[in-house]
Design a protein around this ligand. Sequence first.
Ligand code: NAD
Ligand code: DAU
Length: 354
Amino acid sequence: MKNILITGGAGFIGSHVVRLFVNKYPEYKIVNLDKLTYAGNLENLKDIENVSNYAFVKADICDFESVSNVFAKYSINGVLHLAAESHVDRSIKDPFTFAKTNILGTLSLLQAAKECWKENYSDKLFHHISTDEVYGALQFDETLFTEQTKYNPHSPYSASKAGSDHFVRAFHNTYGLPVVITNCSNNYGPYQFPEKLIPLFINNICNNKPLPVYGKGENVRDWLYVIDHARAIDLIFHKGRTGETYNIGGFNEWKNIDLIKVIIKTVDKFLGRAEGESEKLITYVTDRAGHDLRYAIDSSKLKNELGWQPSLQFEEGIEKTVKWYLENRQWLDNVTSGAYKQYYEEYYEYRDKK
Ligand code: NAD
Ligand code: DAU
Protein backbone atom coordinates (compact mmCIF):
# COMPACT_ATOMS: atom_id res chain seq x y z
CA MET A 1 0.00 0.00 0.00
CA LYS A 2 1.38 3.38 -0.94
CA ASN A 3 0.11 6.77 0.08
CA ILE A 4 1.69 9.24 -2.29
CA LEU A 5 1.88 12.98 -1.90
CA ILE A 6 2.13 14.75 -5.26
CA THR A 7 2.86 18.46 -4.91
CA GLY A 8 1.94 20.86 -7.72
CA GLY A 9 -0.52 18.35 -9.15
CA ALA A 10 -2.82 21.09 -10.48
CA GLY A 11 -0.07 22.41 -12.75
CA PHE A 12 0.98 21.29 -16.21
CA ILE A 13 3.29 18.30 -15.58
CA GLY A 14 1.82 17.55 -12.14
CA SER A 15 -1.67 17.01 -13.58
CA HIS A 16 -0.33 14.39 -16.02
CA VAL A 17 1.56 12.65 -13.20
CA VAL A 18 -1.52 12.66 -10.94
CA ARG A 19 -3.70 11.25 -13.73
CA LEU A 20 -1.17 8.51 -14.55
CA PHE A 21 -0.81 7.43 -10.91
CA VAL A 22 -4.54 7.60 -10.07
CA ASN A 23 -5.46 5.47 -13.08
CA LYS A 24 -2.52 3.06 -13.09
CA TYR A 25 -2.41 2.38 -9.34
CA PRO A 26 -5.96 2.07 -7.97
CA GLU A 27 -4.45 0.47 -4.83
CA TYR A 28 -2.52 3.69 -4.02
CA LYS A 29 -3.92 6.77 -2.34
CA ILE A 30 -2.87 9.85 -4.31
CA VAL A 31 -2.92 13.15 -2.43
CA ASN A 32 -2.47 16.23 -4.58
CA LEU A 33 -1.22 19.23 -2.53
CA ASP A 34 -1.29 22.48 -4.45
CA LYS A 35 -1.53 26.15 -3.50
CA LEU A 36 -3.41 26.96 -6.71
CA THR A 37 -1.21 29.86 -7.72
CA TYR A 38 -1.94 31.43 -11.11
CA ALA A 39 -0.43 28.22 -12.62
CA GLY A 40 -2.64 25.81 -10.71
CA ASN A 41 -5.81 24.83 -12.53
CA LEU A 42 -8.09 22.13 -11.18
CA GLU A 43 -9.78 21.95 -14.55
CA ASN A 44 -6.68 19.99 -15.61
CA LEU A 45 -7.92 17.15 -13.40
CA LYS A 46 -11.64 17.28 -14.07
CA ASP A 47 -11.74 13.72 -15.42
CA ILE A 48 -10.35 12.14 -12.23
CA GLU A 49 -11.51 14.51 -9.48
CA ASN A 50 -14.14 12.09 -8.16
CA VAL A 51 -12.08 8.89 -8.36
CA SER A 52 -11.97 7.25 -4.91
CA ASN A 53 -8.16 6.94 -4.59
CA TYR A 54 -7.64 10.68 -5.23
CA ALA A 55 -7.71 13.57 -2.75
CA PHE A 56 -6.98 17.26 -3.20
CA VAL A 57 -5.58 19.53 -0.49
CA LYS A 58 -5.18 23.24 -1.07
CA ALA A 59 -2.01 24.26 0.79
CA ASP A 60 1.28 26.08 0.42
CA ILE A 61 4.41 23.90 0.53
CA CYS A 62 6.08 26.69 2.52
CA ASP A 63 3.52 26.21 5.31
CA PHE A 64 5.36 23.58 7.37
CA GLU A 65 2.45 22.91 9.72
CA SER A 66 -0.05 22.23 6.94
CA VAL A 67 2.42 20.03 5.11
CA SER A 68 3.19 18.06 8.30
CA ASN A 69 -0.52 17.58 8.94
CA VAL A 70 -0.95 16.11 5.46
CA PHE A 71 1.94 13.68 6.05
CA ALA A 72 0.34 12.53 9.31
CA LYS A 73 -3.29 12.45 8.14
CA TYR A 74 -2.58 10.34 5.04
CA SER A 75 0.41 8.34 6.37
CA ILE A 76 2.42 9.50 3.37
CA ASN A 77 5.24 7.14 2.39
CA GLY A 78 6.14 8.50 -1.05
CA VAL A 79 6.56 12.05 -2.32
CA LEU A 80 6.62 13.29 -5.90
CA HIS A 81 7.58 16.94 -5.52
CA LEU A 82 6.66 19.09 -8.52
CA ALA A 83 5.27 22.27 -6.93
CA ALA A 84 7.36 25.23 -8.01
CA GLU A 85 7.39 28.58 -9.66
CA SER A 86 8.37 27.45 -13.15
CA HIS A 87 8.53 30.36 -15.59
CA VAL A 88 11.95 31.91 -16.29
CA ASP A 89 10.55 35.31 -17.38
CA ARG A 90 8.63 35.66 -14.10
CA SER A 91 11.78 34.77 -12.14
CA ILE A 92 13.59 37.68 -13.78
CA LYS A 93 10.88 40.07 -12.56
CA ASP A 94 10.31 38.53 -9.11
CA PRO A 95 13.23 36.38 -7.87
CA PHE A 96 12.10 36.43 -4.22
CA THR A 97 8.97 34.38 -4.90
CA PHE A 98 11.11 31.79 -6.70
CA ALA A 99 13.59 31.52 -3.82
CA LYS A 100 10.75 31.22 -1.33
CA THR A 101 8.66 28.58 -3.11
CA ASN A 102 11.39 26.58 -4.79
CA ILE A 103 14.02 26.57 -2.04
CA LEU A 104 12.16 27.14 1.24
CA GLY A 105 9.10 25.21 0.05
CA THR A 106 11.28 22.20 -0.80
CA LEU A 107 13.04 22.49 2.56
CA SER A 108 9.69 22.52 4.34
CA LEU A 109 8.65 19.29 2.57
CA LEU A 110 11.98 17.61 3.28
CA GLN A 111 11.77 18.49 6.97
CA ALA A 112 8.16 17.27 7.18
CA ALA A 113 9.16 13.96 5.52
CA LYS A 114 12.11 13.56 7.88
CA GLU A 115 10.03 14.25 11.00
CA CYS A 116 7.12 12.09 9.88
CA TRP A 117 9.24 9.12 8.76
CA LYS A 118 11.42 9.18 11.91
CA GLU A 119 14.23 7.25 10.19
CA ASN A 120 11.89 4.36 9.30
CA TYR A 121 12.99 4.70 5.74
CA SER A 122 12.43 1.17 4.38
CA ASP A 123 9.36 1.85 2.18
CA LYS A 124 9.84 5.60 1.76
CA LEU A 125 10.99 7.82 -1.10
CA PHE A 126 11.22 11.56 -1.75
CA HIS A 127 11.41 12.15 -5.52
CA HIS A 128 12.31 15.69 -6.56
CA ILE A 129 11.30 16.73 -10.07
CA SER A 130 13.90 19.19 -11.34
CA THR A 131 15.15 20.74 -14.53
CA ASP A 132 18.08 20.58 -16.94
CA GLU A 133 18.49 24.36 -16.48
CA VAL A 134 20.52 23.73 -13.29
CA TYR A 135 23.43 22.71 -15.54
CA GLY A 136 23.60 26.17 -17.17
CA ALA A 137 23.87 26.65 -20.92
CA LEU A 138 25.74 24.88 -23.73
CA GLN A 139 27.53 26.38 -26.71
CA PHE A 140 26.57 24.88 -30.08
CA ASP A 141 29.70 22.70 -30.18
CA GLU A 142 29.49 21.37 -26.62
CA THR A 143 28.41 17.85 -25.64
CA LEU A 144 25.11 17.21 -23.88
CA PHE A 145 24.42 17.62 -20.14
CA THR A 146 25.04 14.37 -18.26
CA GLU A 147 24.43 13.57 -14.60
CA GLN A 148 28.11 14.48 -14.02
CA THR A 149 27.84 17.99 -15.49
CA LYS A 150 28.61 20.59 -12.82
CA TYR A 151 25.76 22.82 -11.68
CA ASN A 152 26.02 26.31 -13.19
CA PRO A 153 22.55 27.90 -13.06
CA HIS A 154 22.13 31.31 -14.73
CA SER A 155 18.58 32.58 -14.16
CA PRO A 156 16.87 33.20 -10.83
CA TYR A 157 14.58 30.26 -11.73
CA SER A 158 17.43 27.83 -12.36
CA ALA A 159 19.35 29.11 -9.32
CA SER A 160 16.31 28.38 -7.16
CA LYS A 161 15.89 24.89 -8.65
CA ALA A 162 19.61 24.21 -8.14
CA GLY A 163 19.21 25.35 -4.52
CA SER A 164 16.32 22.94 -4.04
CA ASP A 165 18.31 20.06 -5.59
CA HIS A 166 21.17 20.79 -3.20
CA PHE A 167 18.83 20.67 -0.20
CA VAL A 168 17.41 17.33 -1.37
CA ARG A 169 20.94 15.88 -1.61
CA ALA A 170 21.87 17.45 1.73
CA PHE A 171 18.96 15.64 3.43
CA HIS A 172 20.13 12.37 1.86
CA ASN A 173 23.76 12.86 2.90
CA THR A 174 23.06 14.25 6.36
CA TYR A 175 19.98 12.37 7.55
CA GLY A 176 19.86 9.39 5.19
CA LEU A 177 16.52 10.49 3.73
CA PRO A 178 15.82 8.26 0.70
CA VAL A 179 15.72 10.59 -2.29
CA VAL A 180 15.93 10.56 -6.04
CA ILE A 181 16.29 13.60 -8.32
CA THR A 182 15.29 13.84 -11.96
CA ASN A 183 16.40 16.67 -14.25
CA CYS A 184 14.24 16.98 -17.34
CA SER A 185 14.37 19.03 -20.53
CA ASN A 186 11.58 21.28 -21.92
CA ASN A 187 8.13 19.67 -21.79
CA TYR A 188 5.22 20.31 -24.14
CA GLY A 189 1.69 18.94 -24.45
CA PRO A 190 -1.87 19.49 -23.18
CA TYR A 191 -2.64 21.69 -20.13
CA GLN A 192 0.51 23.85 -20.32
CA PHE A 193 -0.05 27.40 -19.11
CA PRO A 194 -0.09 29.70 -22.17
CA GLU A 195 2.82 31.83 -21.00
CA LYS A 196 5.26 29.13 -22.19
CA LEU A 197 6.42 29.18 -25.81
CA ILE A 198 4.33 26.42 -27.41
CA PRO A 199 0.84 27.07 -25.97
CA LEU A 200 1.38 30.86 -26.14
CA PHE A 201 2.21 30.66 -29.83
CA ILE A 202 -0.66 28.26 -30.64
CA ASN A 203 -3.08 30.63 -28.88
CA ASN A 204 -1.66 33.70 -30.61
CA ILE A 205 -1.76 32.10 -34.05
CA CYS A 206 -5.43 31.20 -33.52
CA ASN A 207 -6.17 34.80 -32.50
CA ASN A 208 -3.96 36.40 -35.19
CA LYS A 209 -1.79 38.01 -32.53
CA PRO A 210 1.97 38.73 -32.83
CA LEU A 211 4.39 35.88 -32.04
CA PRO A 212 7.14 37.44 -29.87
CA VAL A 213 10.43 35.72 -30.77
CA TYR A 214 13.16 36.60 -28.28
CA GLY A 215 16.41 37.83 -29.87
CA LYS A 216 17.10 36.16 -33.21
CA GLY A 217 15.23 32.95 -32.40
CA GLU A 218 18.52 31.04 -32.44
CA ASN A 219 18.37 29.59 -28.95
CA VAL A 220 18.02 25.83 -28.78
CA ARG A 221 15.77 23.78 -26.51
CA ASP A 222 15.39 20.00 -26.19
CA TRP A 223 11.69 19.07 -26.25
CA LEU A 224 9.89 16.12 -24.63
CA TYR A 225 6.20 15.23 -24.71
CA VAL A 226 4.83 15.63 -21.19
CA ILE A 227 3.34 12.13 -20.98
CA ASP A 228 6.77 10.67 -21.70
CA HIS A 229 8.10 12.71 -18.77
CA ALA A 230 5.30 11.33 -16.56
CA ARG A 231 6.16 7.77 -17.68
CA ALA A 232 9.81 8.35 -16.82
CA ILE A 233 8.87 9.68 -13.37
CA ASP A 234 6.72 6.60 -12.75
CA LEU A 235 9.57 4.28 -13.74
CA ILE A 236 12.23 6.09 -11.70
CA PHE A 237 9.95 6.41 -8.65
CA HIS A 238 9.42 2.64 -8.64
CA LYS A 239 12.70 1.28 -10.01
CA GLY A 240 15.34 4.04 -9.73
CA ARG A 241 18.26 3.72 -7.34
CA THR A 242 17.97 5.76 -4.14
CA GLY A 243 20.39 8.68 -3.87
CA GLU A 244 20.79 8.87 -7.65
CA THR A 245 20.12 11.55 -10.25
CA TYR A 246 18.54 10.69 -13.60
CA ASN A 247 18.43 13.00 -16.61
CA ILE A 248 15.25 12.83 -18.72
CA GLY A 249 15.12 14.00 -22.32
CA GLY A 250 14.31 12.83 -25.80
CA PHE A 251 17.48 13.81 -27.75
CA ASN A 252 15.27 16.28 -29.59
CA GLU A 253 16.96 19.67 -30.03
CA TRP A 254 15.23 22.47 -31.92
CA LYS A 255 16.28 26.01 -32.70
CA ASN A 256 13.40 28.22 -31.53
CA ILE A 257 12.72 29.73 -34.95
CA ASP A 258 12.60 26.30 -36.62
CA LEU A 259 10.24 24.99 -33.96
CA ILE A 260 8.05 28.09 -34.32
CA LYS A 261 7.75 27.43 -38.07
CA VAL A 262 6.64 23.84 -37.38
CA ILE A 263 4.00 25.14 -34.95
CA ILE A 264 2.79 27.70 -37.50
CA LYS A 265 2.59 25.08 -40.24
CA THR A 266 0.66 22.66 -38.03
CA VAL A 267 -1.81 25.24 -36.71
CA ASP A 268 -2.37 26.71 -40.19
CA LYS A 269 -3.10 23.21 -41.51
CA PHE A 270 -5.71 22.52 -38.82
CA LEU A 271 -7.30 25.96 -39.25
CA GLY A 272 -7.49 25.52 -43.02
CA ARG A 273 -5.17 28.47 -43.67
CA ALA A 274 -2.64 28.50 -46.52
CA GLU A 275 0.67 26.86 -45.52
CA GLY A 276 2.88 29.35 -43.69
CA GLU A 277 0.20 32.09 -43.78
CA SER A 278 0.73 32.90 -40.10
CA GLU A 279 4.49 33.42 -40.50
CA LYS A 280 3.62 37.09 -40.94
CA LEU A 281 2.81 37.13 -37.21
CA ILE A 282 6.47 36.47 -36.28
CA THR A 283 7.78 39.53 -34.41
CA TYR A 284 11.37 39.71 -33.22
CA VAL A 285 11.48 41.34 -29.77
CA THR A 286 14.13 42.24 -27.18
CA ASP A 287 15.92 39.15 -25.95
CA ARG A 288 15.28 37.61 -22.54
CA ALA A 289 17.89 38.89 -20.03
CA GLY A 290 20.64 36.28 -19.66
CA HIS A 291 18.90 34.03 -22.23
CA ASP A 292 20.57 30.60 -22.10
CA LEU A 293 21.78 29.69 -25.60
CA ARG A 294 21.23 25.96 -25.62
CA TYR A 295 19.98 23.09 -23.45
CA ALA A 296 20.45 19.50 -24.50
CA ILE A 297 20.23 16.49 -22.25
CA ASP A 298 21.84 13.07 -22.37
CA SER A 299 19.36 10.57 -20.94
CA SER A 300 21.44 7.44 -21.72
CA LYS A 301 21.65 6.49 -18.03
CA LEU A 302 17.85 6.25 -17.82
CA LYS A 303 17.70 4.25 -21.04
CA ASN A 304 20.55 1.88 -20.12
CA GLU A 305 19.53 1.28 -16.49
CA LEU A 306 15.74 1.30 -16.71
CA GLY A 307 14.95 0.86 -20.40
CA TRP A 308 13.02 4.14 -20.78
CA GLN A 309 12.69 5.88 -24.08
CA PRO A 310 10.19 8.41 -25.45
CA SER A 311 7.07 6.84 -26.93
CA LEU A 312 6.34 9.66 -29.40
CA GLN A 313 8.21 11.11 -32.33
CA PHE A 314 8.31 14.91 -32.13
CA GLU A 315 6.18 15.53 -35.25
CA GLU A 316 3.49 13.25 -33.81
CA GLY A 317 3.69 14.98 -30.41
CA ILE A 318 3.34 18.44 -31.95
CA GLU A 319 0.33 17.35 -34.03
CA LYS A 320 -1.35 15.86 -30.95
CA THR A 321 -0.58 19.00 -28.94
CA VAL A 322 -1.87 21.48 -31.51
CA LYS A 323 -4.98 19.36 -32.03
CA TRP A 324 -5.59 19.27 -28.26
CA TYR A 325 -5.41 23.07 -27.88
CA LEU A 326 -7.67 23.61 -30.88
CA GLU A 327 -10.21 21.11 -29.57
CA ASN A 328 -10.02 22.63 -26.08
CA ARG A 329 -10.38 26.31 -26.88
CA GLN A 330 -12.65 26.65 -23.85
CA TRP A 331 -9.77 25.53 -21.60
CA LEU A 332 -7.52 28.17 -23.17
CA ASP A 333 -10.22 30.84 -22.99
CA ASN A 334 -10.90 30.04 -19.31
CA VAL A 335 -7.21 30.41 -18.54
CA THR A 336 -6.66 33.60 -20.49
CA SER A 337 -9.83 35.22 -19.08
CA GLY A 338 -9.12 34.05 -15.51
CA ALA A 339 -12.44 32.18 -15.28
CA TYR A 340 -10.66 28.94 -14.32
CA LYS A 341 -9.81 30.38 -10.91
CA GLN A 342 -13.22 31.36 -9.69
CA TYR A 343 -15.25 28.30 -10.45
CA TYR A 344 -12.88 25.68 -9.12
CA GLU A 345 -11.82 27.50 -6.00
CA GLU A 346 -15.49 27.88 -5.09
CA TYR A 347 -16.20 24.24 -5.94
CA TYR A 348 -13.46 22.95 -3.64
CA GLU A 349 -14.26 25.36 -0.82
CA TYR A 350 -17.87 24.18 -0.98
CA ARG A 351 -16.83 20.50 -1.03
CA ASP A 352 -14.45 20.95 1.91
CA LYS A 353 -17.15 22.62 4.02
CA LYS A 354 -19.60 19.76 3.43
P1 NAD B 1 3.51 24.77 -13.51
O1 NAD B 1 3.91 26.19 -13.28
O2 NAD B 1 2.61 24.44 -14.63
O3 NAD B 1 2.81 24.20 -12.19
C1 NAD B 1 3.32 24.44 -10.91
C2 NAD B 1 2.27 24.00 -9.89
O4 NAD B 1 2.82 24.22 -8.59
C3 NAD B 1 0.97 24.80 -9.96
O5 NAD B 1 -0.14 23.94 -9.86
C4 NAD B 1 1.04 25.73 -8.76
O6 NAD B 1 -0.22 26.07 -8.22
C5 NAD B 1 1.85 24.88 -7.78
N1 NAD B 1 2.54 25.68 -6.77
C6 NAD B 1 3.32 26.78 -7.00
N2 NAD B 1 3.74 27.28 -5.81
C7 NAD B 1 3.24 26.48 -4.84
C8 NAD B 1 3.35 26.46 -3.42
N3 NAD B 1 4.03 27.41 -2.75
N4 NAD B 1 2.71 25.48 -2.73
C9 NAD B 1 2.00 24.53 -3.39
N5 NAD B 1 1.84 24.51 -4.72
C10 NAD B 1 2.48 25.46 -5.45
O7 NAD B 1 4.87 23.95 -13.58
P2 NAD B 1 5.27 22.72 -14.53
O8 NAD B 1 5.74 23.24 -15.81
O9 NAD B 1 4.20 21.71 -14.48
O10 NAD B 1 6.55 22.18 -13.73
C11 NAD B 1 6.38 21.26 -12.66
C12 NAD B 1 7.76 20.94 -12.09
O11 NAD B 1 8.59 20.38 -13.08
C13 NAD B 1 8.51 22.18 -11.56
O12 NAD B 1 9.19 21.81 -10.40
C14 NAD B 1 9.48 22.52 -12.68
O13 NAD B 1 10.62 23.14 -12.17
C15 NAD B 1 9.79 21.13 -13.22
N6 NAD B 1 10.17 21.08 -14.65
C16 NAD B 1 9.38 21.68 -15.59
C17 NAD B 1 9.72 21.56 -16.94
C18 NAD B 1 8.87 22.18 -18.02
O14 NAD B 1 9.27 22.16 -19.20
N7 NAD B 1 7.70 22.72 -17.74
C19 NAD B 1 10.86 20.84 -17.31
C20 NAD B 1 11.65 20.26 -16.31
C21 NAD B 1 11.27 20.37 -14.98
O1 DAU C 1 14.50 23.22 -19.74
C1 DAU C 1 13.46 22.98 -18.84
C2 DAU C 1 12.71 24.26 -18.56
O2 DAU C 1 11.95 24.57 -19.73
C3 DAU C 1 11.82 24.19 -17.34
O3 DAU C 1 12.60 23.95 -16.21
C4 DAU C 1 10.99 25.46 -17.18
O4 DAU C 1 10.09 25.33 -16.10
C5 DAU C 1 10.21 25.70 -18.47
O5 DAU C 1 9.49 26.90 -18.37
C6 DAU C 1 11.14 25.73 -19.68
O6 DAU C 1 11.98 26.91 -19.66
P1 DAU C 1 12.25 27.78 -20.99
O7 DAU C 1 12.61 29.14 -20.57
O8 DAU C 1 13.15 27.06 -21.91
O9 DAU C 1 10.74 27.74 -21.65
P2 DAU C 1 9.89 28.87 -22.39
O10 DAU C 1 8.70 28.17 -22.97
O11 DAU C 1 9.65 30.05 -21.53
O12 DAU C 1 10.83 29.32 -23.58
C7 DAU C 1 11.30 28.41 -24.56
C8 DAU C 1 12.23 29.17 -25.49
O13 DAU C 1 11.45 30.09 -26.26
C9 DAU C 1 13.27 30.01 -24.78
O14 DAU C 1 14.47 30.00 -25.54
C10 DAU C 1 12.68 31.42 -24.78
C11 DAU C 1 11.87 31.45 -26.06
N1 DAU C 1 10.65 32.28 -26.01
C12 DAU C 1 9.77 32.07 -25.01
C13 DAU C 1 8.60 32.82 -24.93
C14 DAU C 1 7.63 32.61 -23.79
C15 DAU C 1 10.40 33.21 -27.02
O15 DAU C 1 11.20 33.37 -27.96
N2 DAU C 1 9.25 33.94 -26.95
C16 DAU C 1 8.34 33.79 -25.94
O16 DAU C 1 7.31 34.51 -25.92
